[in-house]
Write a protein that binds this ligand. Structure first.
Ligand code: NAG
Length: 388
C-alpha cells in the first residue's frame, strides 16, 4: 500500500469507526430491531433482526434464519458487502426473517447480570460456552418470539463450531434446526496454518483468560494517541484478512475500511487457545485445562471428544469449503464430514478462495449466497406448513 493510500485508508477508518449493525441496516433502508437475550449463565447478548424488505412481495409468516459469526467478527460481518451482495439482505429480500446474533464478549454483547467486562471472570469462556449457552439462548428466544417450531442456521467459521458443539452436547436442539449451512466450518484443525497458529502462537498460549483483540480495548489503550488507534486497526484488519500469507485476490476491497471500522469485535483469549489445542491434538474436543482440572471437569485426564454422531438437524448438514482455505483446510473438513451422519458437500474449487471469501468475495452473491437461499427455500417448499 502506498503512503497516500495508507493515509486515505486511516481517514476512512476514522469516518467509519462509529459504524454499528443497526445503523448499517437502517442506512440501506431496511427495518431493524434490537433484541437482548439472556443466557442461563447470565450474559446479555444483542441480536439484530431484519424483519422485512421492500423487495419481499408476499405476505404471511417468514421463516426465521439465525446467523452466527466467526471469531473476532460480529453481526456486522454479514452486512459489509452491501444490500446487493450480502446474504443477510438477500435473505430479507427473499422473504426470510433474518436474525444476526452476537456472541458473548463481542462489541454488542458485553453485559452480564453480575459481572463486568473488566472482571477476569467475565472472560472465562471459549467457543464451547458460546455453543452450549449463547446459540441455545438465541434459538430459544427466536422460536419463542416468532412462534415457529424450528429455524434455519447459517454459520461462518467459528459460528459453525458453536452449532456443532451445541448439537453434540445438547442433542435436543437438533429438532429445532431445519437446515444447517456451514461456511468453512472450524471443527478439526490439524491442517490449519494461519498466523495465529504460527507467528503468534506462543504469545496466545501464554495469555491468561482475558479480553483479546477488542477494537476499543487492550491494543488501543496501549497505543493511546490517534495514530496508534489507526495502527491498531490496520494491524487487526490485516490479521483478519491474511490467509495463506496474503490477502485474497477475490476480496471485495471496498469492504476493507468497513472491516477495519467494525473488527475485531472482541474475543476471549481462550477462544484462539482452544483452536490451537485442536491443531495440536488433531481432535475435536472441549478445552484442555491440564490433567488436574480435566479430572475434575471431565473425570478423565484428557477432554472427551465431542459426539459428532449426535449432529442430526432436521435435514442433512450443508458444508461449503474450498481447496485453498488455510484456516479451515479441506483435509480437516473432509474428516469432519465423514463423522457427521448426513452431509451435503459444496466444494469451491476456485483457486485462491480463502477463508474470508465465504463472506467478502466479489462473487459471493453467486457462489455462496444464491445456493444458500435455494437450500432454505427448498426446505420450505418440501416441508408441511405446520413448521411455521
Ligand atoms: C463491495 O462492497 C461494497 C461496500 O459495501 C458494496 O457497495 C459493493 O456492492 C460490493 N460489491 C460486491 C460485488 O460484493
Amino acid at each position: 500500500m502506498s503512503y497516500k493510500a495508507f493515509v486515505f485508508f486511516c481517514l476512512y477508518i476514522d469516518l467509519a469507526k462509529g459504524l454499528i449493525t443497526s445503523e448499517i441496516i437502517a442506512s440501506h433502508n431496511y427495518p431493524v430491531e434490537v433484541h437482548t437475550v439472556l443466557t442461563r449463565d447470565g450474559y446479555l447478548l444483542d441480536a439484530f433482526r431484519i424483519p422485512g424488505s421492500k423487495f419481499c412481495q408476499q405476505s404471511g409468516p417468514k421463516p426465521a434464519v439465525l446467523f452466527q459469526h466467526g471469531m473476532s467478527a460480529s453481526s456486522d460481518v454479514f452486512l459489509l458487502n452491501g444490500p446487493q451482495d450480502s446474504l443477510a439482505f438477500m435473505l430479507a429480500d427473499a422473504c426470510f426473517d433474518v436474525w444476526l446474533s452476537n456472541s458473548r464478549g463481542t462489541r454488542y454483547s458485553r453485559r452480564h447480570v453480575s459481572l463486568d467486562p473488566s472482571d477476569e471472570a467475565f472472560w472465562r469462556f471459549s467457543w464451547h460456552e458460546i455453543g452450549t449457552e449463547d446459540v441455545a439462548a438465541f434459538i430459544d428466544y427466536i422460536l419463542d418470539t416468532t412462534k415457529q417450531r424450528a429455524l434455519h442456521f447459517l454459520g461462518h467459521s467459528q459460528g459453525c463450531t458453536t452449532l456443532v458443539v451445541l448439537l453434540s452436547m445438547r442433542p435436543e436442539y437438533n429438532k429445532l434446526v431445519k437446515t444447517a449451512v456451514l461456511l468453512a466450518p472450524a471443527v478439526f484443525m490439524r491442517h490449519t496454518s494461519t498466523l495465529s497458529q504460527t507467528v503468534f502462537r506462543s504469545f496466545i498460549m501464554a495469555m491468561p483468560d482475558k479480553e483479546f483483540m477488542y477494537h476499543n480495548g487492550v491494543l488501543n489503550k496501549l497505543l493511546s494517541n490517534v495514530c496508534g488507534l489507526f495502527v491498531a486497526r490496520v494491524f487487526c484488519t490485516t490479521f483478519f484478512l491474511i490467509s495463506n500469507g496474503k490477502i485474497s485476490k477475490h476480496l471485495n476491497t471496498s469492504v476493507i475500511p468497513l472491516i477495519a471500522a467494525t473488527l475485531p469485535a472482541g474475543v476471549s483469549s481462550r477462544q484462539p487457545k482452544h483452536f490451537i489445542q485442536l491443531t495440536d491434538s488433531g481432535k475435536f474436543r472441549p478445552f484442555d485445562f491440564g490433567i488436574l482440572r480435566n479430572l475434575i471437569n471431565y473425570k478423565s485426564l484428557e477432554p472427551p471428544d465431542y459426539t459428532l454422531s449426535n449432529v442430526r438437524p432436521l435435514t442433512p448438514v450443508h458444508i461449503f469449503y474450498s481447496d485453498d482455505d488455510s484456516s479451515t483446510a479441506k483435509e480437516d473438513i473432509q474428516n469432519f464430514a465423514a463423522r457427521v451422519p448426513e452431509v451435503v458437500m459444496h466444494r469451491i474449487s476456485t483457486p485462491g478462495w480463502h477463508h474470508t471469501d465465504f463472506v467478502h468475495s466479489m462473487t459471493v452473491a453467486d457462489v455462496i449466497n444464491k445456493p444458500v437461499i435455494e437450500i432454505f427455500r427448498s426446505f420450505e417448499r418440501l416441508s408441511s406448513p405446520t413448521f411455521l
